[in-house]
Design a protein around this ligand. Structure first.
Ligand code: ACK
Length: 924
């Protein structure tokens, strides 16, 4: 349907493969001014915005045509015209818009018409068609020799695709060559949008820049762009989880596509548990509930349940019941009143210890400790597992009177009344009111006693402010006084002078106050004496001995350290090797050379970098403590390095390290007397410490160091303070339970007597060659066993006397335990009188004594009697112990002073020999 079709001809020709094809041809090359048009039918745009026109044609080279002149052309023009009209019969030339002039890439030259080879040109032009439903194309010939073989019109799309689990539809490209079409994808089945999925369709039909995407829904996982259901036994909880996971322990899934797994019966899931967490169980009952009653408070302690149900969020709650005497029937019990205090709390407890206070005196209580965890509620089993204990509180003084009221105030009197204390803790026998003039403070006061809850106070001065305190008394004694309540008497219109009654009263009350003052002074002195008896005793007996100074009483820790420790120049220390790890950092050994002294071996503790102020203080406090001691059985401080980092504490070097490890290494290798020698050394060190009023709190074989001469020295002066500073944490975690006396465990009563208890444990450790006290019993069991009276048995081959001494150290009543001084005497006696030590190797002792008789006589200047004594059979020091004055008379040692010297110094020497043994014995 062309415009000037008369000049374009429809011709059939053969293509390269000899297949006939139809072409349009024109070849008016000889005539000038050609304008021949060929037009297509209407082409529907089909939503395309840019169409591509591919034209295949052949074109004759003008040169190849014989006889043609300037009229011959080698191009044609391509036009288009947009239109909604699919059947326009006539379109003006001027309605067409030119797309391009098309030339042949490759024109063919002259060929024989008979067997010419056909060469096709293919040219593609694109054109934007956006305004109408469709368009027409037209080809204008201006005098070329041309055959149009085919015209293909097409547009481009980006094909349907799936990216990031989103489907993007087949999309027609944009109108311009540079335009990108933004396309929103839609999530594939069983998936959900993570972030809006988007991609751009480029003009070439290529997808570009994918953004966002989808995730497979819970219960489904991505299998190559498709979301597949999780199979049985697997689950996926969240779309963001990467894939299906196996059901966690104690759970299962029975159907495909599970989003959670169901717990096996008897197992549960808490709401807050992640789906990946195993199903768990509620805890079993708490164990070994023990109670210690202290007047009207009770300390309850228990061990965690045997089975925690696979969880770590065990907590406890306490039920408190008041029960009738001897009643084990819950029906006869009532809940405790709300003023009972639970510390730290009654429910949601994370610790296994509670102090219950403000209980009634002389009352039976039942405490039930329940164990809970995250699935206790889910398990639905109404009752949690619990243990209970029944206790009876002791008597206690009444609580203070909380309020005093004054009525009927006159010039000289007033009436007081008050309420019974909140907790009388028994039958109130009487009240006591103490009062004084406010200006007088408590310099002089009066006391009134009454059975009722009120009293009339008379004989007061007018217009004077008085301060009143009241307290109650029961069989258990007086409670505390109430706080002060002030009341003023009224003003006096009449002068007092000359009033006989009043002056008499004045006299009485003055003398009364005087007597009262005397009595109270006496009471005060007596009570002071009583409470300070022990320290007083120490001060009397050991006047020479210094008293240890707590470095924490110094505001400035550096002042304390320099008071008690020498600053060492770091250049005089040569560190050689690491020998262990201490609480604050490494412990090294090395050498110390101080000017004018010989080089010595030392141990060096250092404070690791990044310490806090508190750590520095604690670290140096050990040196401040150690620096105050000077005793052969206490580890000696050489000095400290505080002026440069790291901070160091330098002590004498103890070649054999700590006693427990040393004994384990030499199991069974010592004689009993060697062991006793070690114990004597430790006791001697401890006696020194107790004389200085220092309480060690952590006496244990691991804290005793041993040198190459087998001398034992007490070390580790760190614990005493840590405990006080951090009551809660320290109390439960830091107390070395197995070594600690019961009163120190239960109410932190650390004294020299509790050190004695620990010493008993050290004795046991030594005699058993480093065995762990109470073996592998747990701490709770140890506490319980001790409470029930159990004591460690004698270790193998342990002489009875030694075990008896241990048992003495483990007396429940601390006042009944021996002192270190008694222990020392006892050990000395044992050493001197080996008969009580059946296992002592006598020959060993004899040897020790024998070699020294001669030397000893020399040292006391009585060598002249050597032969006399030897001849009489006195060849060893201990045999000399039996020497009497008569015997010496008989032997011809007649000078009285010589006799005295011999007797006194043999005893002296024996003692120092024994000490010498401890300093010089070597392993056999
Ligand atoms: O049992 P040990 O070898 O002896 O391991 C510990 C370690 O350092 C950590 O405290 C050892 N140790 C501590 N002080 C000294 C010292 N003065 N001489 C020798 N070793 C020491 C202790």
């Amino acid at each position: 349907n062309s415009m000037s079709l008369e000049l374009w001809e429809e011709v059939s020709i053969m293509d390269e493969k000899n297949i006939p094809i139809r072409t349009y041809q024109v070849c008016n090359v000889l005539e000038p001014n050609q304008n021949n048009w060929l037009r297509t039918d209407w082409i529907h745009r089909s939503g395309a915005q840019r169409v591509y026109v591919e034209v295949k044609f052949t074109l004759r080279d003008c040169n190849s045509l014989p006889g043609v002149t300037g009229t011959c052309k080698e191009t044609f023009n391509l036009y288009y015209h947009e239109s909604n009209e699919d059947r326009e019969s006539y379109i003006k030339e001027s309605s067409f818009i030119k797309v391009d002039t098309v030339a042949a890439d490759e024109s063919f030259t002259q060929v024989d018409v008979g067997d010419r080879i056909m060469k096709l040109n293919t040219e593609v032009r694109d054109v934007k068609v956006t305004t109408r439903k469709g368009f027409y194309l037209a080809f204008q010939d201006v005098g070329a020799c041309i055959a149009l073989v085919s015209v293909r019109v097409f547009y481009k799309t980006c094909p349907l695709t799936i990216r990031n689990l989103a489907t993007f539809p087949d999309t027609v490209t944009g109108a311009d060559t540079s335009s990108l079409v933004e396309v929103r994808g839609s999530c594939v089945n069983q998936s959900e949008e993570k972030e809006e999925p988007k991609m751009y369709c480029g003009a070439d039909g290529e997808w570009l820049v994918p953004i966002g995407g989808c995730l497979c829904s819970p219960g489904y996982e991505d299998k190559g762009g498709v979301c597949k259901a999780c199979s049985v036994g697997f689950y996926k909880a969240k779309s963001s989880d990467t894939g299906c996971s196996k059901c966690p322990p104690h759970s299962h899934s029975l159907r495909d596509g599970a989003t959670v797994c169901d717990c096996h019966s008897g197992y549960f899931h808490a709401d807050s548990d992640p789906p990946s967490m195993a199903c768990t169980q509620p805890p079993s009952a708490p164990q070994q509930l023990i109670s210690v009653v202290n007047e009207t408070s009770v300390v309850l302690e228990w061990a965690p349940p045997r089975r925690l149900g696979g969880r770590s969020d065990t907590s406890y709650s306490l039920e408190c019941l008041i029960c009738q005497a001897g009643s084990h029937n819950r029906g006869l019990c009532l809940p405790c009143s709300s003023d009972v205090l639970f510390s730290p709390s009654q429910t949601g407890l994370k610790t296994t210890r509670v102090v219950v206070s403000e209980l009634r005196a002389h009352t039976h209580y039942t405490f039930i400790v329940h164990a809970h965890n995250g699935v206790s509620r889910a398990s639905g089993a109404g009752a949690t597992q619990s243990v209970s204990v029944t206790v009876t509180t002791n008597q206690a003084a009444p609580s203070p009177v909380s309020f005093i009221q004054a009525t009927d105030v006159t010039r000289h009197s007033l009436s007081l009344s008050w309420q019974q204390p909140d907790r009388p803790n028994g039958v109130i026998l009487e009240y006591e009111v103490k009062f004084y003039e406010k200006d007088q403070k408590e310099r002089s006061y009066r006391i009134m006693r009454t059975f009722s809850r009120s009293v009339d106070v008379t004989g007061l001065n007018p217009l004077t402010v008085y301060v009143f305190h009241a307290r109650a008394r029961t069989a258990a004694g007086y409670g505390e006084f109430s706080g002060p309540f002030e009341f003023s008497t009224n003003s006096d219109p009449f002068p007092l002078i000359g009033d006989g009654v009043n002056s008499a009263f004045l006299l009485l009350s003055v003398s009364g106050v005087g007597i009262l003052l005397l009595i109270s002074a006496a009471v005060f002195i007596i009570s002071r004496r009583y409470t300070h008896k022990q320290t007083q005793a120490h001060r009397h007996i050991y006047k020479r001995v210094k008293i240890y100074v707590d470095p924490f009483t110094y505001e400035d820790p550096d002042q304390a350290i320099h008071e008690f420790a020498k600053e060492i120049d770091v250049s005089s220390i040569h560190i050689e090797r690491v020998i262990g790890m201490g609480e604050f950092g490494e412990v090294c050994s090395g050498r110390l050379r101080v000017q004018g002294k010989r080089e010595i071996y030392v141990a060096i503790k250092s404070l690791k970098a990044g310490y806090s102020d508190k750590q520095r203080r604690d670290f140096l406090s050990e040196a401040s403590i150690m620096g105050q001691f000077d005793h052969p059985n206490i580890i000696r401080l050489e000095g400290v390095v505080t002026r440069c980092k790291p901070l160091m504490i330098v002590t004498e070097y103890m070649e054999n390290g700590s006693l427990d490890a040393f004994l384990r290494k030499h199991d069974g290798q010592f004689t009993v007397i060697q062991l006793v020698g070690m114990l004597r050394g430790i006791a001697s060190g401890m006696k020194y410490l107790s004389d200085m009023s220092y309480v060690h709190r952590d006496l244990a074989a691991r804290n005793i160091l041993v040198n190459s001469n087998l001398v034992c020295k007490v070390s580790d002066f760190g614990l005493s303070r840590v405990l006080e500073d951090d009551p809660e944490a320290a109390y439960t975690t830091r107390i070395p339970i197995r070594w600690t006396a019961p009163e120190a465990i239960t109410y932190r009563k650390f004294t020299t007597a509790s050190d004695v208890w620990s010493y008993g444990i050290v004795m046991w450790e030594v005699v058993s060659y480093g065995e762990r006290p109470y073996w592998d019993m747990n701490n709770q069991d140890v506490i319980k066993a001790i409470e029930e009276g159990y004591r460690l048995p004698a270790p193998m081959d342990c002489p009875v006397v030694l075990h008896q001494l241990m048992l003495d150290c483990w007396e429940r009543e601390r006042a009944e335990r021996p002192t270190f001084s008694q222990i020392l005497n006892m050990l000395d006696k044992l050493i001197r009188n080996p008969g009580t030590l059946p296992f002592i190797l006598l020959p060993f002792l004899m040897y020790i004594y024998a070699w020294s008789v001669c030397q000893w006589l020399q040292s006391i200047g009585l060598e002249r009697y050597r032969d006399t004594l030897a001849a009489a059979g006195y060849t060893s020091l201990d045999s000399l112990l039996t020497l009497t004055h008569q015997e010496m008379d008989r032997l011809g040692i007649i000078t009285p002073t010589h006799q005295d010297i011999l007797i006194a110094s043999v005893q002296q020497e024996m003692l120092s020999q024994m000490q010498h043994i401890q300093h010089t014995m070597v392993p056999v």
